[in-house]
Each structure stands twice: as C-alpha cells, then as structure tokens.
Design a protein around this ligand. Structure first.
Ligand code: MF3
Ligand code: CO
Ligand code: CO
Length: 277
C-alpha cells in the first residue's frame, strides 16, 4: 500500500528545501528549455498589428501538442490558457483574448512547456510594429536587468546578489522593480524553492549552489512599482497605468558558471536586436 502511494505520489514543493539537480535534471531542462525557446522564436514574425493574442495562444497550444509537450499554465490553478500575454501596462498574467494587437503596443509572451516532466519557463518582449522611444527604452532596461541578474547567478553568490544587481541597474535608469512577483525554482515542479527576488541587498537570501535550477524574470515599470490585480483574478497591471515589461529565462547553476536553458536557438531573445539584426 505505502509503496504504491509513494510510487505514484505527485512531487510537492517542500518549504525551505532547495532541490539540487544532477545530470538528468540538466538534460531534462535543456530539452524543455530549447522547445520553449523555439516556440518564442516562432512567435517573433507572428506578432503584428491586427493579430489577436488568442491566435498566438492557439499557436503555442498546437506547437506544444505537435512536439509532445504540455503547456504548464493550461488548467494551472484555474488558468485556462497556454500562454500569458501581457500588453503595455499589464505587468504579468495577461490572458489571451480576441482583441487585436495595435501598432505601438508592447507585449510580453510567457510560455512554459513541460517536456518529459521538466518545465522550460521563459518570456520575452515583442514590439508590435513601430513602438515609441520610451517603450523601446523600457524593453532595453528590462532585457539588460535580466542579463545583469544572470551574471550574478553563480555558485558562492547569494540570491540577494541577483536581486540587488537588477534593482540597482533598473533604478539607476529611473525605472522601478515590481515586488509582488518573483522568480522561482523549477524542474519537475513549475514553482519550487528558492524564490528569486528581483530587488534587495547583496549577500542576503540563500547561498547559490551548483545543481540549483531557477528562473529570473524581472518585471520593470517606467513609473511606480505598485501593481493591482483586475477582477478576473489574474491580470496584474501597474497602479499608475505606466508601461511595464518583463524578460524571463530558466537557468541552471554549474560548478563554474551558469547554463541558460531557454536561450534562443536563433538569437532572437533581445527583441530590439532581433529587429535590426
Ligand atoms: N509563467 C509564469 C511564471 O513565469 C507563471 C504563469 S502562471 C499562470 O512563473 F497561471 F498565470 F499562467
Ligand atoms: Co517563471
Ligand atoms: Co514564465
């Protein structure tokens, strides 16, 4: 009886316990991350004025299905979509809809694909046609803040070093860091220990060790950091209605550095570089 229950038990998040993954976990994450990154790459030419985010969501659903993957957000805590599509002042968890994208919008598309039980979680910013200089600047700041966060993600540092690097840079650029949502451990679980704050002080938090796998996913606002959740129970928006952007990678800590599981196979992660290059 007990052995039967153990063999089929669902993995559960253990408070305060940070999983250390081995070669199998890294191989699983490499595959899930690559498929997620491929989906995000394929979305680049699809994001255009007039296209509803529901169309992008359906594409990701079908892409996952055709590649033996499962979108992790589908039926997750009652969420009913394969992606989050967060437009302009939407901070995160925007729900795909039939409303067409408009020229000048900026949209974050967040995709998590489960491959062989492993979760690849990544999001990028997509400009819709020509965008304003301030929207471009926000995307640059957000992309760079993720890059600086990843740079601090190495054995011997602490999780607070990541948040501190992100906050220092974003605030120097006169933008603000959202506090209400954080990066997270992941692997066979979608959301696991540790929490990765995108703000805070160097040397705080927990020590980063080889084998840890987590996301870094800063949300950066042009105005104030406060958010509110709309009545749909999901959509988070900036209280002051200023623009918000987010970039997310899933990474693994190695002995001597970091592996970015969701790196773009085509070099399209940076939306502004992707447009001109
Ligand atoms: N992909 C999001 C993250 O980065 C989680 C979305 S949960 C959902 O953690 F239910 F809103 F889809
Ligand atoms: Co995430
Ligand atoms: Co995500």
């Amino acid at each position: 009886m007990t052995t039967y229950v153990d063999a089929t038990a669902k993995k559960k998040r253990m408070a305060g316990i940070i999983p250390i993954h081995g070669a199998e976990g890294f191989a699983g994450m490499r595959k899930a991350g690559a498929l997620t990154a491929e989906a995000l790459d394929l979305l680049v030419p699809m994001v255009e004025p007039g296209v509803p985010t529901a169309t992008l969501d359906r594409f990701v659903y079908e892409f996952a299905r055709d590649n033996g993957a499962i979108p992790a957000t589908l039926n997750y805590r009652g969420y009913r979509y394969s992606t989050c599509t967060s437009i302009n002042h939407v901070v995160c968890h925007g729900m795909p809809s039939d409303r067409p994208l408009r020229e000048g919008d900026i949209v974050n598309i967040d995709v998590t694909l489960i491959v062989d039980g492993w979760h690849g979680d990544s999001s990028r910013m997509y400009p819709v046609g020509a965008i304003s200089r301030k929207a471009e600047r926000l995307i640059e700041i957000t992309y760079e803040s993720l890059r600086l966060g990843i740079q601090e993600a190495r054995a011997g540092n602490t999780t607070g070093d990541i948040g501190a690097a992100i906050q220092r840079y974003a605030e120097c650029e006169r933008a603000s860091v959202v506090r209400d949502f954080v990066g997270h451990g992941l692997g066979r679980l979608f959301h696991d220990e540790p929490n990765i704050l995108h703000f805070g002080n160097p040397g705080t938090g927990v020590e980063i060790k080889p084998g840890m796998i987590f996301t870094i996913e800063p949300m950066i606002n042009l105005g104030r950091p406060q958010v509110k959740i709309l009545n749909d129970g999901w959509t988070a928006v900036t209280r002051d209605r200023t623009l918000s952007a987010q970039c997310e990678h899933s990474i693994g800590i190695t002995e001597d550095g970091v592996e970015v599981f969701t790196a773009s196979p085509r070099g399209l992660f940076d939306p502004l570089a992707a447009r001109t290059g």
